[in-house]
Design a protein around this ligand. Sequence first.
Ligand code: PMP
Length: 361
Amino acid sequence: MSQIEPQPGIMEISPYVGGKSRIDGMTNIIKLSSNENPFGPSDAVKDAIVRAAHEVHRYPSTDHIELRSAIAEVHGVKVERIICGVGSDEILQMLAQAYAGPGDEVIYTEHGFSMYPILAHAVGATPVQVPEQERVVDVDSILAACTDRTRLIFIANPANPTSTMIGLSEIERLAEGIPAGAILVLDGAYAEFVEGYDGGAKLVEMRDNVVMTRTFSKLYGLGGMRVGWGYAPVEIIAVLDRIRQPFNLSTVALAAAEAAVRDTRYVEHCRSENARLRVWLAEALGEHGVPCDTSMANFVLARFGSREEAEACDQFLQKQGIIVRRVAGYGLPNALRITVGDEPSCRRVAHCIGLFKAGER
Ligand code: PMP
């Protein structure tokens, strides 16, 4: 028998399952399974990518100062508190690596993003799942689950796949109530879709136990480029910087993200189109007898009468060339998560769900 064994926890991981992107034998599909921006990156971003192509024989910046400065300027945050990563996934991973290990506990919530338990297992820590209240994060349940071994608490606000969020006063109460030695991680992958919400940036500035993560993968249309950032007290930044690979972000990715954050007109256009269409889509589904919670993100969670109905609808949509996301793995077997696409895609998916509900299968 081989004596080669992985570190404790690794084999507990159920590998991450991404949104489906193909239907066998079909072209021209409508992909609404991965919460991507239907409009893609702006022209300014594409130009920056082409320009950066001429520089790829050089190593990229290690301190990401241009991108961090652009983020600081546009978001009104402090450059020394920003760290950039290969998607926000890498920031979450660095937090787990730096702050949790065997014997430690990592809290996440009932329908929380599936990377949280994966990251906990990857460092040998124990993931602790706590209940939500009707698909909304419940601060009291999290506080009740805290122990002196709690190191990290991951919540996405707005949350994936529920699309719901909790208010800043609840987040403050949570940050105030967690044990000393624990960090509250506010995953802001969808924060940009909420008008006037800073993702918790001000709270990070006021406290020593809160970290916020953000991404270029959603609103900015750069999922394929892999850029995210974290906002944290400088002491935590100094820790994460010690384990960050010096060249974690490519020249092309850095240039694309900087152009994206500076192209505020385009970002505003995408944000307002999403806000308009998510309301339209939820109402259209509601009229077909498929309720959704009010979405604060760029997707809706469509709830069906049963697991069988949700699965049958998913099958029907695939036959029409539409891919949405099943979320049974998130404890939501009756639901399908549908990304808010462009207007024709929203109309098409709503129309097809209408046909399905009318009995055409
Ligand atoms: N957090 C949440 C809640 C997400 O939905 C995602 C993307 N699926 C991420 C983090 C990671 O995104 P990225 O690594 O592309 O920034």
